[in-house]
Design a protein around this ligand. Structure first.
Ligand code: FAD
Length: 388
């Protein structure tokens, strides 16, 4: 060990500070306690609510089927000091001090799980986004029959919001910069196959938004789409501003290896904020999926407890979405130039999509094919015939 390096976390006394109060943070704390870390744990969360789950926000909460989505997280039982409504504002890795808007905290090991923030478009009009429970409850109130709702972005958030807005009797327009819906994630051919799903929505593809103004959505072509509600669903970005000057290596997220280690010993990053090394793509990737944030805790906790040994976390990526009455599930990671096979039912509706490269299955998409997911997950990375 060289000067300045820390030993493995002292299980008895080591103070773990977790920044962020979402899924990755909640899971990490649970795993640390299960792995017999008995020292103090402090969770610093900018939100005023205890950890909750986000996927239901754009599904059951928005549709009115439920009002919240708490995660199993009992701070008292876990013996965790949770500082809600507290934002990390800076980090000094030399002295191991986390700066927050409620004072400084010193740590022995630090986990950063601060998620990501929705991207907004230019303009002075009101843009609704969907990241927090408060966002979902506020938007739900505005999805009333006859409301003119313009959704910007025809991807997962856009598709799920359009689903609920249609069901609520709104007049829904969706504006998408790409040529097809879902094309950013699934490519143009799969995206084109989903067009029938958007029935009832005025879908404006290949259309750029210039700005959102009080009188509506201004398109780059000069047209204005009047709107009572504008929902911007054009992606999220980790907020890294508070880490400036900390010495942590960042790109689009915090750069970590497959054991969630940042370039600074004793500091891990996990969940949506982490740009993790993946051998599946041979690159550092932002993996903004529930499955990643949930499953990564085990490896992150092992790394905190022993910096030099432990398991890697690099599973086959998985996400799902519920859009227009269908469940989409995607496993793997395809590249734009992978070969694509579309499987349709007798009426021509998309049932499955398979991406391959040199005969190897790189990704699988199923529509209402939940029973096939486990098999697909095992098959990705092997010969495509394994799926037969
Ligand atoms: P988050 O859950 O975002 O938690 C981060 C926490 O850190 C937040 O509480 C935030 O307030 C806090 N924080 C941020 N900055 C600071 C700071 N400086 N100081 C202190 N605290 C801070 N994935 C799927 O696979 N399928 C789905 O169907 C799906 N649906 C989704 C629907 C919605 C509406 C959303 C928003 C996400 C959805 N996801 C889905 C993605 C999935 O929920 C995320 O990948 C997951 O929540 C990421 O967890 P996280 O803990 O990394 O980040």
């Amino acid at each position: 060990m060289t000067a300045g390096e820390s030993p493995a976390l002292d299980l008895e006394r080591g103070h773990v500070v977790v920044v962020g109060g979402g899924l990755a943070a909640a899971r990490l704390v649970g795993v640390l306690r299960r792995k017999k870390h008995t020292g103090p744990i402090t969770v610093v969360s900018a939100e005023h609510r205890a950890p909750y789950d986000r996927p239901p926000l754009s599904k059951e909460v928005l549709s009115g089927a439920r009002d919240d989505a708490p995660l199993a997280f009992d701070a008292a039982k876990l013996g965790v000091d949770v500082r809600l409504g507290t934002r990390a504002t800076g980090l000094d890795t030399a002295t191991r001090t986390l700066h927050t808007d409620a004072g400084d905290l010193s740590y022995d090991a630090l986990a950063i799980a601060t998620g990501a923030t929705p991207v907004l478009l230019p303009g002075t009009g009101t843009q609704s986004t969907l990241r927090t429970l408060d966002d979902a409850l506020a938007l739900r109130e505005r999805l009333v029959p006859g409301a003119r709702v313009v959704v910007i972005g025809a991807s997962w958030i856009g598709g799920e919001v359009a689903t609920s807005a249609l069901a609520a009797g709104c007049l829904v327009t969706c504006v998408e910069y790409g040529d097809e819906p879902f094309a950013g994630a699934l490519g143009p051919d799969v995206g084109a196959s989903t067009r029938p799903w958007w029935e009832g929505v005025t879908l404006r593809t290949s259309t750029a938004v210039a700005s959102v103004e009080p009188d509506g959505v201004h398109l780059a072509g000069g047209e204005t789409l009047p709107a009572d509600v504008v929902v911007t669903g054009v992606g999220v970005r980790p907020d890294l501003g508070w880490l400036e000057g900390s010495g942590l290596a960042t790109d689009r997220g915090i750069l970590v290896d497959a054991r969630l280690r940042t370039n600074v010993r004793g500091v891990v990053a996990l969940g949506d904020v982490a740009q993790r090394w993946s051998r599946h793509t041979g690159s550092h990737r932002l993996v903004e999926h529930w499955d990643e944030a949930s499953m990564v805790a085990s490896a992150a906790a092992a790394t905190l407890l022993d910096w030099d040994e432990g398991p890697e976390h690099d599973p086959v990526p998985y996400f799902w979405s519920d859009v227009f009455g269908r469940k989409l599930q995607y496993v793997g990671a395809h590249r734009l130039d992978d070969a694509l096979v579309l499987d349709r039912d007798e009426r021509g509706a998309l049932r499955r999509a398979l991406w391959t490269r040199d005969g190897v299955l790189t990704a699988w998409l199923g529509v209402d094919a939940t029973k096939d997911v486990v098999k697909a997950r095992t098959a990705v990375g092997g010969p495509v015939e394994a799926l037969a």
